[in-house]
Design a protein around this ligand. Sequence first.
Ligand SMILES: [Mg+2]
Length: 328
Amino acid sequence: MAGTIMSTARSFLSSHGSRSSALFSSSKRIKLSAVEAIRTMAYVIEERGAPNTLDYRIFTKNENGPISPFHDIPLFANEGNKIFNMVVEVPRWSNAKMEIATKEPLNPIKQDTKKGKLRFVANVFPHHGYIWNYGALPQTWENPNHVDDATGEKGDNDPIDVCEIGYRVAKPGEILQVKVLGILAMLDEGETDWKVVAIDVNDPLAPQLSDITDVEKHMPGFLKASVEWFKLYKVPDGKPENHFAFNGEFKDREFAHQIILGTHVEWRDLISGKSEKGELDIGSVAVPYATSPITSEKAISIVAATAGHGPAVALEPKVDQWHYVNLK
Ligand SMILES: [Mg+2]
């Protein structure tokens, strides 16, 4: 395993060359520090539209006003201690496929749709909804034009996904500080779709979890259940089982850090205009080197232009249905 980690780290460095080392050079540090200045600020959400409708949006704000949770929250909450910020999209035990709207201005969280209807993830027995708080690491991007060295597949055009395994059920739009424990390489219909395993630093179990092997020690069966969940979750919707690189085995913390760093470098190329953005909205309020800056006034007007916040619409009972899938 160590050999694979080293080769990934090496190929990461060779494929990203000077940009990668520049990430840690003193001049870049100054720029990173400027972005990091917002990390001490408290983040709050502003809901727009009515929950459980197509109009519903969750915007992120800091004390200066609306920001993009994709671009304007620093990847690191504490770089020295390797503590990351995580944007919660889907709370544990819920089904609504909430996600950062990467193609909308300010990238609010909204519910994914399928054929014009709200998308809910099926309950594959014995699970109910997601079995972790699920979300993304800000300032990361799985570049769809870049073949991942580890998986041999291109990226899925999203920020990197995170499963937060603490006991508390989080809320959509909440920003958690997490430590990374490992990573799973899911291959979703020919795209690389990394799943980072992390825990809220404030969880009582966090001090005992430092690497992926600690998860099995303190939470026996949880990793196996997690792979099974990802393998089967689309089967009730008529899709095939998902597959995994590395035989479905989790890679360790150090490997995960290297993958995250690679997606952060890709994001830097995206936000600074070096990479093709496609349909993504790369407007940023806080990143000094962003190619599409958004003023605070503009950010306020983007939020104001969306539907006013209304009462939640009741969910259909069908969302709670259990689906039984034969394990092969
Ligand atoms: Mg993904």
